[in-house]
Structure formats: structure tokens, C-alpha cells
Design a protein around this ligand. Structure first.
Ligand SMILES: C[S@@+](CC[C@H](N)C(=O)[O-])C[C@H]1O[C@@H](n2cnc3c(N)ncnc32)[C@H](O)[C@@H]1O
Length: 258
């Protein structure tokens, strides 16, 4: 959570930001911590910024299409997506993360204007979703979460959202199974002492979890829109990876509709 926050702050401080999340710079400034310990540098920061930008764009597209909607921003961490997205009066925005993270977030970030609530819960539990009215289409966006769940937990989460809401989209990033096997090569994962579990290779697996759920995008992370704007040190390895079958599917950006 600190790694991705720092990545967005580094991007905002770059000469040509990809995301331009200046609020992340302010939040980093309020935390006394040596952020270089996260293992994030300018190169990896640019990749995190692109990923966040794509999910911002997909969220905004959904809201533009539906008008009235509920946004479930799951595992929000210290991400300012709610602050970055200009959402209108017909939108209910719900940020969810674990209680310790929510307590920290409340100290560091002012809530955005509008119909906004911050919920302290594990997404693997049942109760939080029952408290969100199911009166509108839903967009559930979860960035940097799926790989921390087991497949059973991911399936439970997908079924909880698709079972409660009549229609909507799920927007999230995944590791492929090779990415899970190579997780210790990712500095931010290694430095955090984290363990990743679930990897997705075939988008149809998630489709099979709910009737009517279909994959509308499965973009390789190495081919995300905007990779051509990355600094050469970040762009060139991605170009090479994009040519290697197997390796190029280490991570993907998923958009499902139901
Ligand atoms: C890598 S961070 C990503 C945070 C944020 N989405 C971002 O991009 O900066 C992973 C986040 O998932 C949250 N998380 C992990 N397991 C969770 C769970 N079971 N329920 C809710 N949040 C969870 C963590 O607390 C953390 O904020």
C-alpha cells in the first residue's frame, strides 16, 4: 500500500507525469517513513501510474455510460481514486479496506465531496456488501488486491458482487500463474514480505463463476495504453517481454461485464 502510494507520488513529481496524482505527494509528505525501502523507483513507479490511470479511465467510462451508479473501490489502501474521479450526485462511492488501513486513511486523507463512505472490512467477509444498497449498476474496482487473495476468496468476492447487484463491471489487475511463481523477483513484494496466491491465466475461469459474466478486456500489463510514454529504462524491458510467449502474460488488466 505504501509502495503503490509512493509510486503515484514519484510519478506526480516526474517531468511528464502519467497520472499526476498530486494528492499522493501530499500524503507521502505526511508519513514519516523512508519510502525508498519499498523498492519502488522511477521506472517501476511509471508502471503503477499507468495501471492506475487505466482503471481510472475504465471507471470514468462506466460512470459516463450509466449516470446513476455505485462504485465499490475495494482494497482502496491510501489511493486517492475517489478524489481523482469527479463523480456526480447520482454516484455513490464506497471505499473499502481492512480496519487498520481505514484508521490510517482517516488520519491522512480528507473525504471527497459527494455521496462517499469509507468502510472498514475484509472483502472476503459477507457483511459489508449487504450494507450497500443494490439499487443501481455497480462498478467494482480493485487494484493490487486479487493476487493477495486465494482463488476461493477471489471467487467468493466475484460471486458476492455479481450476486447482489443486477448489472455492472469488475475492473481489476491480475498476475498470471507465472507471475505468481516469480513473485519474489518483484522488489515491492519482496521488500513488503508479502505472499501472493491467486494467478489467472484464462479469463474464462472468472466468467464461469457467474452466469452472464463476460470478459470484455484482458490487456497485458506490458501492452497497457501509454507504455510508449514510459522512460526508456521502463519501456524497453516491456517491449522485450511483450514478444515472449508465456512471459508476456505475467500480468493483465481485466474488465468483466455482467
Ligand atoms: C498493494 S495494496 C493496493 C492498495 C491500493 N489499491 C493501491 O493501488 O494503492 C493492497 C491493499 O489490499 C488491502 N487488502 C488486502 N487484503 C484485503 C482484504 N481481505 N480486504 C480488504 N482489503 C484488503 C490491503 O490492506 C492494501 O491496502
Amino acid at each position: 500500500m505504501l509502495a503503490t502510494l509512493y509510486a503515484r507520488a514519484l510519478d506526480a513529481r516526474a517531468a511528464r507525469p502519467l497520472l499526476g496524482d498530486t494528492a499522493a505527494v501530499e500524503v507521502v509528505g505526511r508519513i514519516e517513513y523512508d519510502f525508498r525501502r519499498t523498492g519502488i523507483d522511477e521506472r517501476t513507479a511509471a508502471g503503477v501510474a499507468l495501471r492506475a490511470r487505466l482503471l481510472d479511465d475504465w471507471t470514468a467510462e462506466f460512470l459516463a455510460r450509466t449516470g446513476e451508479a455505485t462504485v465499490l473501490h475495494l482494497a482502496c489502501g491510501l489511493d486517492t481514486r475517489a478524489q481523482r474521479t469527479a463523480f456526480g450526485p447520482g454516484v455513490r462511492w464506497v471505499d473499502v479496506d481492512l480496519p487498520e488501513v481505514v484508521a490510517l486513511r482517516e488520519r491522512l486523507l480528507a473525504p471527497p465531496p459527494g455521496d462517499y463512505r469509507l468502510v472498514a472490512a475484509s472483502v472476503t467477509e459477507e457483511a459489508w456488501s449487504a450494507e450497500v444498497p443494490a439499487d443501481r449498476p455497480v462498478v467494482a474496482v480493485f487494484e493490487g488486491l486479487s493476487m493477495y487473495l486465494t482463488e476461493d476468496e477471489a471467487r467468493g468476492l466475484v460471486r458476492r458482487v455479481t450476486g447482489r447487484f443486477g448489472s455492472g463491471e469488475l475492473l481489476f489487475d491480475v498476475y498470471g500463474s507465472l507471475g505468481i511463481r516469480l513473485q519474489k523477483l518483484v522488489p515491492a513484494v519482496r521488500r513488503a514480505g508479502a505472499t501472493l496466491h491467486w494467478g489467472l491465466d484464462d479469463p474464462a475461469v472468472v466468467e464461469s463463476w457467474h452466469p452472464g459474466l463476460r470478459c470484455v478486456d484482458a490487456l497485458r500489463s506490458v501492452e497497457m495504453p501509454g507504455v510508449d510514454r514510459l522512460p526508456p529504462g521502463a519501456r524497453l524491458p516491456l517491449r522485450v517481454m511483450a514478444r515472449l510467449p508465456g512471459i508476456r502474460d505475467v500480468g493483465r488488466m481485466m474488465r468483466y461485464r455482467f
